[in-house]
Write a protein that binds this ligand. Structure first.
Ligand code: 5AD
Ligand code: SF4
Length: 439
């Protein structure tokens, strides 16, 4: 392999993809190729893609049109598609997009270097087999410097929510061994990392079959092994948000009191059509348990507006549920029909303008709730993990509360470094941000 070749990777979509890019980067570096941060310098451009909604895929199509210019300038340039869209579209991408040289699905990243090598000789390549065992457990992700790290603990999803492509693009659920994950956390702490997010499409289903450990076991062992590391996790499924998990979270100070618990809809009928396997009552029961054991815990969710056959009344039930739960934040989407999924065969019968209007009502309500909850933060004290200069205003610094809220503060002559834990008091707030002073 020509070790002067440089590879540039662009990442789209969820945190799992960001984490996968670190794995691919590690595989590429080990093979002797170099990585670059600049697409202009690259001999290989890889797009790590998302398929979850139509507009995510549209973005990639637009980017590919843009990349034609790069290929005009450099005829030898290799362009590759990785990730969910590679898995979903397979050789269609090579057939329809002349510019694409390689297509690699989420379970075939070990083949990326050899496929790149072949592409340099003009051979187009595709690797999209899904695996029941691949977890990349032995590969140490190539992380960028910092204090935050993602740690992928499992891959795939067996839930088959009827709207979702993930079970088709990422395959069956499989978990890494507990011991290996805990060792990785210890290593990360020793290398200066101060916060980790354990990642999986559905972490509550984590299972170390050899050791007989479940997700609460993993959280407990992690919390004990790195007591000065903040530990977060995402994403949870309400169906298996067990008492044991909530109790474990409550027990350890370094497990952050923040839960992302996607509800998707406030209507039992729609939840059934979505194959979510829980009722609104079950969901609210989980919220009550969380609040009972961790009154300070913050919550966020995912909501889909305009699922097939959703009525106005059912949309209102979603708004009612949001009012009842009082989420600190939410990711809100218009339903997007995805080929291959069960919901694809249902008629996508909610007109786009109705979906848009319902989505706007959901967003407006959420903004009001977030603003009000953040207003109630004024006067409260928090311990924040310092991230560094604020993204919007480099005069100021920013950190994050245990409850995952961004807090902006001034250093005011204090000597403060990235990675410090400091005490602050909240002085003002908006729906998205807290502003505070060092205590
Ligand atoms: N349309 C709209 N939103 C979707 N999501 C997943 N699939 C779809 C779809 N087809 C949302 C869900 C999920 C989040 C990651 O993306 O809310 O929780
Ligand atoms: Fe998709 Fe449902 Fe699995 Fe989440 S739990 S990845 S929404 S199928």
């Amino acid at each position: 392999m020509n070790d002067t070749h440089k590879v540039y990777i662009e990442t789209y979509g969820c945190q799992m993809n960001l984490s996968d890019t670190e794995i691919v980067s590690s595989i590429i570096k080990k093979s002797g190729l170099n990585l670059t941060e600049k697409p202009d310098d690259a001999d290989v451009i890889l797009l790590n893609t998302c398929s979850v909604r139509d507009n995510a895929e549209r973005k990639i199509h637009e980017r590919l049109i843009h990349l034609k210019q790069y290929k005009k300038k450099n005829k030898e340039l290799v362009v590759g598609i990785l990730g969910c869209m590679a898995e979903r579209m397979r050789n269609k991408l090579i057939e329809e997009k002349k510019i694409v040289d390689l297509v690699v699905g989420p379970d075939e990243y070990r083949k990326v270097p050899s496929l790149i090598e072949n592409a340099f000789t003009g051979e187009k390549g595709i690797a999209v087999k899904l695996s029941r065992v691949e977890t990349y457990d032995d590969i140490e992700p190539l992380r960028t410097e910092g204090i935050f790290a993602w740690v992928s603990i499992m891959r795939g999803c067996d839930k088959f929510c009827t709207y979702c492509v993930v079970p088709f693009t990422r395959g069956r659920e499989r978990s890494r061994p507990l011991r290996s994950i805990v060792n990785e956390l210890e290593k990360l702490y020793n290398n200066g990392f101060r916060e980790v997010t354990l990642l999986g499409q559905n972490v509550n289903s984590y299972k170390d079959t050899d050791g007989g450990f479940d997700f609460p076991d993993l959280l407990r062992e992690s919390a004990k092994a790195v007591p000065n590391m903040r530990i977060r996790y995402t994403t949870s499924h309400p169906y298996d948000m067990s008492d044991k998990l909530i109790e474990t979270m409550a027990e350890y100070k370094n497990i952050c009191k923040y839960i992302h618990l996607p509800v998707q809809s406030g209507s039992d009928r729609i939840l059934k059509l979505m194959n979510r396997n829980y009722s609104v009552e079950h969901y609210l029961g989980r919220i009550r348990k969380i609040r009972e054991l961790m009154p300070e815990c913050s919550l966020s969710t995912d909501i889909i507006s305009g699922f097939p056959t959703e009525t106005e009344e059912e949309h209102k039930q979603t708004l009612d549920l949001m009012k009842e739960v009082q989420y600190d934040g939410a990711y809100m989407f218009k339903y997007s029909a995805r080929d291959n999924t069960k919901a694809y065969s249902m008629e996508d019968d909610v007109p786009d303008e109705v979906k848009t209007r319902r989505l706007q009502e959901i967003i407006d309500l959420q903004n009001n709730i977030s603003r009000e909850l953040n207003r109630l933060e004024i006067g409260k004290q928090h311990e924040i993990l310092v991230e560094g200069p604020s993204k919007k205003n480099s005069e100021k610094w920013q950190g994050r509360t245990d409850t995952n809220k961004v807090l902006i503060f001034e250093k005011n002559g204090h000597i403060i470094n990235t990675g410090d834990l400091i005490k602050v008091v909240v002085k003002s707030s908006t729906s998205a941000t807290l502003f505070g002073e060092i205590l």
